[in-house]
Design a protein around this ligand. Structure first.
Ligand code: FRU
Length: 525
């Protein structure tokens, strides 16, 4: 049903969009469709993300090896080319000039006798410190985890080691380093996900990986021989599950000259709303050890579907760009898609600010995302009387961005469709809490934990008089950014039809300003 409906909408070249704003009323959608003979069905399967990265076919999980070099953003990713469930891991590869439009490339790394290719990272060894290329033609270096299935089956603990591969043609073809593994392990079951980067302060390569319930920090002069310098985390942060996919980078605190280091660590299970999520620590790093005075656990995203996210190496102007896997290990294998499974979050620029004397990591869509937007509706002021509601009808909420400023008072937003699916966002100003309820949002019964409960986050940092809402919906996801990403919630949704109605309700007198609905251009041709 939804597929037909989406297709109808997609193939219409003269879609007349009638957006109606009605008080206390539920109006029927008014669209007139003139069907063209557009036969391009590429990336138009049911629930296929239209402006998020997803693999052409088969299974994907974590983003890997994110690197910017000579005008190209490289994205590698955990990939199983044989099925739409997790299996023997490869590194898939795609490139982009702008992080929005992607070109699929050949599989970069295949499993070998040392194991499957788990998550990791990549750098350009511009000075050929590894000796694996030349100064004139420096190597691109990937450092990843080998997971040895034979060892696992034999009940051995030392299944995970770190390997290196290099490319002398900017990521087109790869060779494994002959001396692999470069970091061995004889005792730990969980020892993985190396993130390597050049440390400009100490002029040395750094690497952070996770070892069970902690992160380990290494140094190297040549990317091949690594020294373990320190550990962090055994007694810090959340420990509901194993630590995974760490990252470490420096950010300037907004509006100051102060620089802090941010350590990101994914954890599964143990997320605030169940299953997988990513926590962060703000502190200092002297090139060898990470220290922090942070007491409480902080999360990058409070939704259920932003996992294993890490940041790009070498982006110009020091911009720190983050990409996460838009799923959750609780139900990642069961989502109702057909020939592919999973997508990445939108690429997000990270920044660090202080609110009430405490560091807060903010994330918002990269600025180049704005190129994809066309404003289809705007309204300067909408007044909602105590206990009442306003309804916006728009046929393509599932490929749109909704933005507005609301008073810092209670507010409820309900996206719905003619199938009676509803996705409910609720801000409770008294409780200082934001929630997303996808229990009736469409297909939810493919796995119990998907539609089991409302997901909430405390919002003590929403202290301004009015709150900026930025809500981005694709065919099977919603991303919510409050006050420029002070709070972010990312979730998958599988509506039976696209949402066509947005009801804004308030139990207080509420004034909404600068409301805008933008259509989002699809990225796949
Ligand atoms: C995180 C993760 C990583 C591992 C990879 C395997 O989602 O479990 O720790 O390297 O996925 O695919």
């Amino acid at each position: 049903m939804m597929r037909k409906n989406i297709l109808k909408i997609q193939v219409s070249i003269f879609l007349v969009v009638l957006i109606t704003l009605s008080s206390f009323a539920q109006e029927k959608i008014k669209t007139s469709l003139i069907i063209s003979n557009d036969t391009n069905q590429y990336y138009k399967e049911l629930y296929r993300p239209q402006f998020h990265f997803s693999p052409e076919k088969k299974w994907m999980n974590d983003p890997n090896g994110m690197l910017f070099y000579k005008g190209t953003y490289h994205l590698f990713y955990q990939y199983y080319p044989e099925d739409i469930v997790w299996g023997p891991m490869h590194w898939g590869h795609a490139t982009s000039p702008d992080l929005i439009h992607w070109q699929h490339k050949k599989i970069a790394l295949y499993p070998d006798s040392l194991g499957l290719i788990f998550s990791g990272s990549a750098v350009m060894d511009v000075n050929n410190t590894s000796g694996l290329g030349t100064k004139e033609n420096p190597p691109m270096i990937a450092i990843f985890t080998y997971h040895n299935m034979e060892f696992e089956k034999a009940g051995k603990v030392n299944t995970q080691t770190q390997g290196l591969a290099y490319s002398l043609d900017e990521g087109e073809t790869w060779k494994k380093y002959e001396g692999n593994p470069i970091i061995n392990n004889f005792v730990l079951r969980d020892f993985r996900d190396p993130k390597v980067f050049w440390n400009e302060n100490s002029k040395i390569w750094n690497l952070v990986l996770v070892a069970g319930d902690r992160a380990q920090f290494y140094t190297s002069k040549n990317l091949i021989n690594w020294n373990l310098e320190s550990e962090f985390g055994q007694n810090s942060g959340a420990h509901g599950g194993v630590w995974e996919c760490p990252d470490l980078f420096k950010l300037k605190v907004e509006g100051t000259q102060e620089e802090k280091w941010v350590l990101i660590v994914s954890i599964n299970p143990g997320a605030p709303n169940g299953g997988s999520a990513t926590q962060y620590f703000v502190g200092d790093f002297d090139g060898k050890s990470f220290t922090t005075s942070q007491k409480e656990t902080k999360w990058v995203d409070y939704g259920t579907d932003n996992y294993a996210g890490v940041t790009y190496n070498d982006v110009p102007n020091g911009e720190r760009i983050f990409l996460g896997w838009m799923s959750n290990w609780n139900y990642a294998r069961n989502t109702p898609t057909t020939n592919w499974r999973s997508a990445m979050t939108l690429p997000r620029t990270l920044s660090l600010s202080t609110i009430k004397g405490d560091y807060v990591l903010q994330s918002k869509p990269v600025s180049q995302f704005n190129q994809q937007l066309t404003t289809e509706f705007s309204k300067e002021k909408i007044k909602i009387k105590k206990g009442s509601e306003k309804t916006l009808n728009y046929p393509k909420f599932n490929q749109s961005q909704i933005q507005f400023k609301a008073e810092n008072k209670n507010l409820k937003l309900v996206f719905s469709n003619i199938e009676n699916d509803s996705l409910v966002l609720n801000y409770d100003a008294q409780k200082q809490q934001f929630s997303i309820d996808r229990r009736q949002s469409g297909k939810v019964d493919f796995e119990k934990s998907f539609g089991e409960k409302t997901h909430t986050t405390p919002t003590p940092n929403l202290i301004s008089k009015s709150i900026d809402f930025q809500i981005i919906l694709d065919w099977s996801s919603i991303e919510i950014f409050l006050n420029g990403g002070i709070y972010t919630l990312t979730e998958q949704i599988f509506p039976n039809q696209p949402y066509t109605k947005l009801t804004i309700q308030s139990i207080d007198n509420q004034e909404i300003n600068n409301l805008k609905i933008d259509a989002i251009k699809r990225i796949w041709q």
